[in-house]
Design a protein around this ligand. Sequence first.
Ligand code: ADP
Length: 492
Amino acid sequence: MFSLSHSFSARLSALFLVLILGLGVSLTVLTIQSMVMFNEETEQKLNRTLAHQMAMEFAPFVQDSVDHESIEERIAYLTGINRRIEIYLLGGDGMIKASFIHEGQELKRDRIDTAPLEDFVAGKEVPIAGDDPLSPDRRKPFSASRISMMGMDGCWLYVILGGQEVESTAGMLRNSYIFKTTLRGLLLILLVAAIVGFVLFYWMTGRLRSLSHTIQEFRRGKTAARSRVSGQDEIGVLGQNFNEMADTIVANMEDLRNTDRLRRELIANVSHDLRSPLSTIQGYLETALMKQDELSRDQLREYLDIGLKNTSSLNGLVSQLFELSKLDAKQVEPEMEHFNLAELLQDLVMQFGERARQAGVELELEHPGELDAVYADIGLVERVLGNLIDNAIKYTPEGGKVFVKPANTVEGVRIEVRDTGSGIPEEDLPHIFERFYRVEKSRGRGRGGAGLGLSICKKIVELHGSALSVESRPSEGTAFGFTLPRATMASA
Ligand code: ADP
């Protein structure tokens, strides 16, 4: 998997090397340049008065004409055999009148620009470069002095310093011990930097490799793989982001799996719940048809009654399913309005009064005093409360009590439907809001519920921005509750 040419650390190291190499080369060039300039500067400084001294020495030999021989002698006397300078006598306009150069050398100019010479004698700061008569374009450090020549004032004695030996910088460098040592040092530094750089970058990219390994594992299906890369830097943040993304993907997968399971359960439940009333209806109708002559009027009436009851329970189931699917698809838009909850509660208690009496259960509305108006969909709230009261009566044995208890709270108006009924076992509590969930399958069926009521209630309460809570103790009772937004709060 790991290839050196593709590795990030190798690329980083290469980049680092190139940078260091560039830096090294620029530094070397800069050092050489400044070395050459420093050389020239020192040379010129040391020889500032050279031309002047020579001019004084040569003065007698240039009075009427230039006495070459005598001057050569003087030069040999002054500089020794191995001289490093070239000497020229120039007219005031820079024209070369006489030259004292080495054998084999050839003049390439006949005139010199005198501006740098003027600067030199004026004492301007050195280095100043002047035209080299031995080259058409080269400039070199020099020493210069005014000299009177052949009766003319304002002529020049022009001395090119350094001469041949400094001619080639490369030559000079080749022979320079300091330069060779510096070059060797530079190469060594480069080598060390390359090794250190590679090791350092390999170490630094280790976290990236570890992250990449984790991502690969995750991709191959190991969904528990998480990055252990720590730190607050970019790689650390990348690791954390990957972990969060992986958590989301896993949660989504779990959701999808759950949805799929629920869908399958729903189809199984729906078909089961539809089938049993349908087959009951079919059975009774068939019997009534077959035995219509033998059956008494009362028996026939009873059969039709059973058929009708099952039809209406079927009808109820289908409308509940329809309602739930609309809530699921978020197609139910609550029509929010301000209304007085106390009136709605009174109506509901009146409405369920008869049912409660028949079941031998006492249904009571506890008045808390002045109730704040709420902001909610009155029809949907009635649907929830109706379902909760109906359940409370259904699951409370004769002699029991059902209380409807509203109260103003900080969050809004809270309504509780509490009963002294059978209660819900602890292990069933987390599931009662699931669709088709019944605590005691046979008991629930006997009382006609399909296990959809609480799922619908939960969704409606959530539509109002609240949550349906439940508290229950087996054989002591159950309390369902939710909070509705206060009218002033919601409309503010
Ligand atoms: P159902 O239509 O069967 O009543 P629900 O969704 O309304 O379905 O309720 C789900 C289950 O929760 C019921 O089967 C019942 O076992 C339990 N339950 C609901 N309300 C109460 C209550 N007040 N007391 C005891 N059990 C209850």
